[in-house]
Ligand binder design. Structure first.
Ligand SMILES: [Zn+2]
Length: 253
Protein backbone atom coordinates (compact mmCIF):
# COMPACT_ATOMS: atom_id res chain seq x y z
CA UNK A 1 0.00 0.00 0.00
CA UNK A 2 1.58 3.22 -1.20
CA UNK A 3 0.07 6.57 -2.17
CA UNK A 4 -2.60 4.87 -4.22
CA UNK A 5 -4.57 3.72 -1.17
CA UNK A 6 -6.79 6.82 -1.18
CA UNK A 7 -7.76 6.16 -4.77
CA UNK A 8 -8.44 2.53 -3.99
CA UNK A 9 -10.77 3.46 -1.16
CA UNK A 10 -12.56 6.01 -3.36
CA UNK A 11 -13.07 3.45 -6.11
CA UNK A 12 -14.22 0.88 -3.56
CA UNK A 13 -16.70 3.34 -2.10
CA UNK A 14 -17.95 4.26 -5.56
CA UNK A 15 -18.65 0.59 -6.27
CA UNK A 16 -20.52 0.21 -2.98
CA UNK A 17 -22.58 3.36 -3.62
CA UNK A 18 -23.34 2.14 -7.14
CA UNK A 19 -24.56 -1.19 -5.75
CA UNK A 20 -26.91 0.55 -3.30
CA UNK A 21 -28.33 2.88 -5.97
CA UNK A 22 -28.90 0.02 -8.33
CA UNK A 23 -30.64 -1.98 -5.62
CA UNK A 24 -32.92 0.98 -4.83
CA UNK A 25 -33.73 1.41 -8.50
CA UNK A 26 -34.61 -2.28 -8.75
CA UNK A 27 -36.88 -2.31 -5.70
CA UNK A 28 -40.57 -2.77 -6.43
CA UNK A 29 -43.61 -3.84 -4.46
CA UNK A 30 -44.79 -7.36 -5.14
CA UNK A 31 -48.47 -6.84 -6.08
CA UNK A 32 -49.50 -10.24 -4.67
CA UNK A 33 -47.65 -10.25 -1.36
CA UNK A 34 -47.23 -6.49 -0.77
CA UNK A 35 -43.54 -7.02 -0.01
CA UNK A 36 -40.88 -4.60 -1.28
CA UNK A 37 -38.18 -6.55 -3.07
CA UNK A 38 -35.23 -5.94 -5.38
CA UNK A 39 -35.81 -7.71 -8.70
CA UNK A 40 -33.57 -7.60 -11.76
CA UNK A 41 -35.61 -9.99 -13.95
CA UNK A 42 -38.86 -9.29 -15.78
CA UNK A 43 -41.73 -11.76 -15.34
CA UNK A 44 -41.15 -12.87 -18.94
CA UNK A 45 -37.52 -13.65 -18.09
CA UNK A 46 -38.59 -15.56 -14.98
CA UNK A 47 -41.00 -17.68 -17.03
CA UNK A 48 -38.36 -18.29 -19.74
CA UNK A 49 -35.72 -19.37 -17.18
CA UNK A 50 -38.18 -21.77 -15.57
CA UNK A 51 -39.38 -23.31 -18.84
CA UNK A 52 -35.82 -23.67 -20.12
CA UNK A 53 -34.46 -25.31 -16.96
CA UNK A 54 -37.44 -27.61 -16.34
CA UNK A 55 -36.24 -30.58 -18.45
CA UNK A 56 -32.78 -30.47 -16.82
CA UNK A 57 -34.33 -30.33 -13.36
CA UNK A 58 -36.56 -33.28 -14.16
CA UNK A 59 -33.57 -35.26 -15.47
CA UNK A 60 -31.76 -34.76 -12.16
CA UNK A 61 -34.61 -36.53 -10.38
CA UNK A 62 -34.86 -39.51 -12.71
CA UNK A 63 -37.20 -37.81 -15.18
CA UNK A 64 -40.97 -37.60 -15.00
CA UNK A 65 -42.98 -40.24 -13.19
CA UNK A 66 -44.32 -42.66 -15.84
CA UNK A 67 -47.84 -43.19 -14.42
CA UNK A 68 -50.08 -40.63 -16.14
CA UNK A 69 -52.88 -41.11 -13.64
CA UNK A 70 -50.67 -39.97 -10.77
CA UNK A 71 -49.53 -36.99 -12.84
CA UNK A 72 -53.18 -36.16 -13.56
CA UNK A 73 -53.89 -36.18 -9.80
CA UNK A 74 -51.05 -33.71 -9.20
CA UNK A 75 -52.32 -31.54 -12.08
CA UNK A 76 -55.84 -31.58 -10.64
CA UNK A 77 -54.75 -30.40 -7.19
CA UNK A 78 -52.40 -27.80 -8.70
CA UNK A 79 -55.17 -26.43 -10.94
CA UNK A 80 -57.55 -26.19 -7.99
CA UNK A 81 -55.00 -24.12 -6.08
CA UNK A 82 -54.31 -21.81 -9.02
CA UNK A 83 -57.89 -21.39 -10.27
CA UNK A 84 -59.34 -20.49 -6.88
CA UNK A 85 -56.67 -18.04 -5.71
CA UNK A 86 -54.80 -14.89 -6.66
CA UNK A 87 -52.30 -17.16 -8.46
CA UNK A 88 -54.76 -17.17 -11.36
CA UNK A 89 -54.37 -13.38 -11.77
CA UNK A 90 -50.57 -13.51 -12.15
CA UNK A 91 -48.79 -13.69 -15.51
CA UNK A 92 -47.08 -16.93 -14.47
CA UNK A 93 -47.57 -20.20 -16.31
CA UNK A 94 -48.09 -22.88 -13.70
CA UNK A 95 -47.09 -26.45 -14.52
CA UNK A 96 -46.92 -29.22 -11.94
CA UNK A 97 -44.48 -32.04 -12.60
CA UNK A 98 -44.36 -35.37 -10.78
CA UNK A 99 -40.76 -36.63 -10.74
CA UNK A 100 -39.82 -40.30 -10.76
CA UNK A 101 -37.23 -40.15 -7.94
CA UNK A 102 -38.40 -42.71 -5.34
CA UNK A 103 -35.80 -41.79 -2.68
CA UNK A 104 -35.34 -38.02 -2.48
CA UNK A 105 -38.13 -36.37 -0.54
CA UNK A 106 -38.41 -32.99 -2.20
CA UNK A 107 -40.57 -30.38 -3.84
CA UNK A 108 -39.41 -27.15 -5.40
CA UNK A 109 -40.32 -24.38 -7.80
CA UNK A 110 -38.43 -22.69 -10.60
CA UNK A 111 -39.14 -19.03 -11.30
CA UNK A 112 -42.18 -18.38 -13.48
CA UNK A 113 -44.35 -21.32 -12.41
CA UNK A 114 -42.59 -24.63 -13.05
CA UNK A 115 -43.32 -26.71 -9.93
CA UNK A 116 -41.98 -30.15 -9.03
CA UNK A 117 -42.69 -32.87 -6.49
CA UNK A 118 -40.84 -36.17 -6.25
CA UNK A 119 -42.65 -39.47 -6.09
CA UNK A 120 -40.77 -40.08 -2.83
CA UNK A 121 -42.57 -37.14 -1.23
CA UNK A 122 -45.93 -37.80 -2.87
CA UNK A 123 -45.92 -41.39 -1.58
CA UNK A 124 -45.44 -40.11 1.99
CA UNK A 125 -48.52 -37.87 1.78
CA UNK A 126 -51.77 -39.31 3.09
CA UNK A 127 -54.41 -36.89 1.82
CA UNK A 128 -55.19 -34.59 -1.10
CA UNK A 129 -55.10 -31.69 1.37
CA UNK A 130 -51.50 -32.50 2.22
CA UNK A 131 -50.57 -32.49 -1.46
CA UNK A 132 -52.34 -29.13 -1.73
CA UNK A 133 -50.17 -27.93 1.16
CA UNK A 134 -46.94 -28.91 -0.59
CA UNK A 135 -47.99 -27.48 -3.96
CA UNK A 136 -49.47 -24.34 -2.37
CA UNK A 137 -46.13 -23.67 -0.68
CA UNK A 138 -44.38 -23.95 -4.05
CA UNK A 139 -46.92 -21.68 -5.76
CA UNK A 140 -46.04 -19.26 -2.95
CA UNK A 141 -42.37 -19.30 -4.00
CA UNK A 142 -43.37 -18.46 -7.59
CA UNK A 143 -45.75 -15.66 -6.70
CA UNK A 144 -43.36 -14.36 -4.03
CA UNK A 145 -40.71 -14.17 -6.80
CA UNK A 146 -38.19 -15.66 -4.39
CA UNK A 147 -35.74 -16.95 -7.01
CA UNK A 148 -35.68 -13.64 -8.85
CA UNK A 149 -35.15 -11.82 -5.56
CA UNK A 150 -32.29 -14.12 -4.64
CA UNK A 151 -30.62 -13.51 -7.99
CA UNK A 152 -30.86 -9.74 -7.48
CA UNK A 153 -29.60 -9.99 -3.90
CA UNK A 154 -26.61 -12.13 -4.78
CA UNK A 155 -25.71 -9.70 -7.58
CA UNK A 156 -25.89 -6.95 -4.98
CA UNK A 157 -23.60 -8.75 -2.53
CA UNK A 158 -21.14 -9.65 -5.28
CA UNK A 159 -20.84 -6.00 -6.20
CA UNK A 160 -20.46 -4.94 -2.56
CA UNK A 161 -17.74 -7.57 -2.04
CA UNK A 162 -15.93 -6.25 -5.12
CA UNK A 163 -16.06 -2.75 -3.69
CA UNK A 164 -14.75 -3.97 -0.36
CA UNK A 165 -11.88 -5.91 -1.90
CA UNK A 166 -10.82 -2.95 -4.04
CA UNK A 167 -11.16 -0.42 -1.20
CA UNK A 168 -10.00 -2.32 1.87
CA UNK A 169 -8.95 -5.87 1.02
CA UNK A 170 -12.13 -6.95 2.83
CA UNK A 171 -13.83 -8.77 -0.01
CA UNK A 172 -13.92 -12.13 1.78
CA UNK A 173 -15.33 -10.69 4.99
CA UNK A 174 -18.11 -8.95 3.10
CA UNK A 175 -18.80 -12.01 0.96
CA UNK A 176 -19.19 -13.99 4.21
CA UNK A 177 -21.67 -11.48 5.58
CA UNK A 178 -23.54 -11.61 2.27
CA UNK A 179 -23.71 -15.40 2.45
CA UNK A 180 -25.34 -15.20 5.89
CA UNK A 181 -27.82 -12.57 4.79
CA UNK A 182 -28.77 -14.68 1.77
CA UNK A 183 -29.26 -17.73 4.02
CA UNK A 184 -31.50 -15.66 6.27
CA UNK A 185 -33.48 -14.49 3.26
CA UNK A 186 -33.92 -18.12 2.30
CA UNK A 187 -35.54 -18.87 5.66
CA UNK A 188 -37.85 -15.86 5.32
CA UNK A 189 -38.84 -17.09 1.87
CA UNK A 190 -39.83 -20.47 3.33
CA UNK A 191 -41.98 -18.88 6.01
CA UNK A 192 -43.63 -16.56 3.49
CA UNK A 193 -44.36 -19.53 1.21
CA UNK A 194 -45.89 -21.45 4.12
CA UNK A 195 -48.06 -18.42 4.84
CA UNK A 196 -49.13 -18.13 1.20
CA UNK A 197 -49.64 -21.89 1.01
CA UNK A 198 -52.08 -21.76 3.93
CA UNK A 199 -53.89 -18.83 2.31
CA UNK A 200 -54.26 -20.71 -1.00
CA UNK A 201 -55.38 -23.91 0.76
CA UNK A 202 -58.20 -22.10 2.55
CA UNK A 203 -59.27 -20.29 -0.64
CA UNK A 204 -59.30 -23.54 -2.60
CA UNK A 205 -61.36 -25.31 0.07
CA UNK A 206 -58.61 -27.45 1.57
CA UNK A 207 -58.03 -28.09 5.26
CA UNK A 208 -55.06 -25.89 6.23
CA UNK A 209 -54.33 -27.99 9.33
CA UNK A 210 -53.08 -30.67 6.95
CA UNK A 211 -50.11 -28.37 6.30
CA UNK A 212 -49.05 -29.10 9.87
CA UNK A 213 -49.21 -32.82 9.07
CA UNK A 214 -46.92 -32.16 6.09
CA UNK A 215 -44.40 -30.58 8.46
CA UNK A 216 -44.59 -33.64 10.68
CA UNK A 217 -43.94 -35.88 7.66
CA UNK A 218 -40.96 -33.75 6.62
CA UNK A 219 -39.64 -33.83 10.18
CA UNK A 220 -39.91 -37.61 10.42
CA UNK A 221 -38.32 -37.99 7.00
CA UNK A 222 -35.36 -35.79 7.95
CA UNK A 223 -34.55 -38.01 10.95
CA UNK A 224 -32.53 -37.02 14.01
CA UNK A 225 -29.43 -36.05 12.02
CA UNK A 226 -30.90 -33.05 10.26
CA UNK A 227 -28.79 -29.92 10.06
CA UNK A 228 -29.35 -27.33 12.78
CA UNK A 229 -31.78 -24.67 11.65
CA UNK A 230 -29.35 -21.78 11.43
CA UNK A 231 -27.22 -23.70 8.96
CA UNK A 232 -29.87 -24.72 6.50
CA UNK A 233 -32.01 -22.60 4.22
CA UNK A 234 -35.08 -24.49 5.35
CA UNK A 235 -36.26 -23.53 8.81
CA UNK A 236 -36.87 -26.27 11.34
CA UNK A 237 -40.32 -27.85 10.78
CA UNK A 238 -41.14 -27.12 14.44
CA UNK A 239 -40.54 -23.40 13.83
CA UNK A 240 -42.57 -23.56 10.63
CA UNK A 241 -45.51 -25.18 12.47
CA UNK A 242 -45.76 -22.17 14.79
CA UNK A 243 -45.93 -19.81 11.81
CA UNK A 244 -48.45 -22.03 10.03
CA UNK A 245 -50.74 -21.94 13.06
CA UNK A 246 -50.55 -18.14 13.03
CA UNK A 247 -51.33 -18.06 9.31
CA UNK A 248 -54.38 -20.31 9.80
CA UNK A 249 -55.67 -17.90 12.44
CA UNK A 250 -54.89 -14.90 10.22
CA UNK A 251 -56.76 -16.27 7.19
CA UNK A 252 -59.60 -17.72 9.23
CA UNK A 253 -59.16 -21.40 8.41
ZN1 LIG B 1 -39.84 -23.85 0.10
Amino acid sequence: MRGSWKIRILIGLAIVVFAFFRKCAMTEENPYTGKDQAISLTTEEEIAIGVQSAPQMAAEYGGLYPDEQMQAYVDMVGAKLVDNTVARDTPYRYEFHLLADPNTINAFALPGGQIFITYALLSKLETEDQLAGVLGHEVGHVLGRHSAERIANSEFWQTIAQGASVGADAGNVVAGIGQNVLLGNGRDDELESDDLGVRFMIKAGYDPYEMIEVMQILKDAAGPNRAPEFKSTHPDPENRIEHIKEAIKKYGG
